[in-house]
Design a protein around this ligand. Structure first.
Ligand code: SF4
Length: 287
């Protein structure tokens, strides 16, 4: 067996032999939390919540991570493929609108195997940082209904500085194109829940409003109205962040980005209220 190449880092870790990759993962799939979650976009959470499965570890590893508690290799509890499939079923039985797989990229093969064992009857959402290989996404075809990737950085220098991934903009735009080719344009059910499609999130970072505008322009130019775009203001500074990441986004910065989204004609999606920065978006994890 060759080393792991599930994500664009292609670090080659022999996870099957117990080595840990850059993402922190070894052979075991680790789940940090599985519970209804009410803070996704309304088309995913509805009034009964999204059935969120937060996986431990991350292949992107942003310095400002809002869920840093679950990046540690020891975070969460190990589960087998069968247990993961059972977990999906338990969440569906609680009446949630969607199965929300949060940061699943480094466990893509195990998640796909669990979905093949028992695909839920509710939409399956792949909620990732957008740093994905098209080869890995192809393995999810027919198993994932909704892709929910971030488009975090548009400037390679920012992506290098904050996530050690200078290829992020190019890789993420190619990944979004592959996702769109796989699931197609947005389709909603009668209750407004997204049954199929791609919803791209962009979190506005403090001091980076100009880059946010370039990011939105790139998304608009590449995908037009074929994707949904969610503009987010909830950046919450973690302890120890250096400027400008040591503060929330200002109302002026956020309004500038929203005005530009209007100018681009981006109406197909969601926008957080200004001043949404809050620890309420950070759930308690079983670490
Ligand atoms: S998923 Fe993890 S182990 Fe695999 S290539 Fe990416 S960082 Fe390395």
């Amino acid at each position: 067996m060759e080393g792991c190449a599930l994500c664009p880092r292609r670090c080659g870790a022999r996870r099957d032999l117990g080595e840990r990759g850059c993402c922190g993962a070894d052979a075991a799939v680790r789940v940090a939390r599985a519970a209804p979650h009410f803070w996704e976009e309304p088309c995913l959470s509805g009034d009964k919540g999204a059935g969120a499965v937060f996986f431990a570890g991350c292949s992107l590893g942003c310095v400002f991570c809002q869920n840093a508690a679950i990046r540690a290799p020891s975070a969460g509890r190990p589960v087998s493929v069968e247990e993961l499939a059972a977990l999906f079923g338990e969440l569906e039985a609680q009446g949630v609108h969607t199965l929300d797989l949060v940061t699943p990229t480094h466990y893509a093969d195990a998640v796909a195997a669990a979905l093949r064992l028992a695909k839920p009857g509710i939409p399956v959402v792949w909620n990732s940082g957008g740093y994905e290989r098209s080869e890995t996404l192809a393995r999810l075809s027919g198993l994932v209904d909704v892709y929910l990737p971030d488009y975090k950085f548009h400037d390679p220098a920012t992506a290098a500085m904050y996530a050690n991934a200078p290829d992020y903009p190019e890789v993420a735009l190619a990944a979004i194109a592959a996702m769109l080719a796989q699931v197609g344009e947005p389709v909603f059910d009668d209750d407004g829940i997204l049954k199929r499609g791609v919803l791209v999130r962009h979190l506005v970072l403090p001091g980076h409003a100009d880059e946010s505008m370039k990011a939105l322009k790139a998304l608009r130019r590449a995908f037009g109205d074929r994707i949904l775009v969610s503009v987010m203001s909830q950046y919450t500074p973690m302890p120890g962040m250096a400027p400008p990441l040591d503060r929330p986004v200002t109302a002026d910065e956020y309004e500038l980005v929203l005005d530009y989204a209007d100018h681009l004609g981006i109406v197909n999606g969601f926008r957080q209220e200004p001043g949404a920065a809050s620890a309420q978006f950070i759930p308690d994890f079983d670490v």
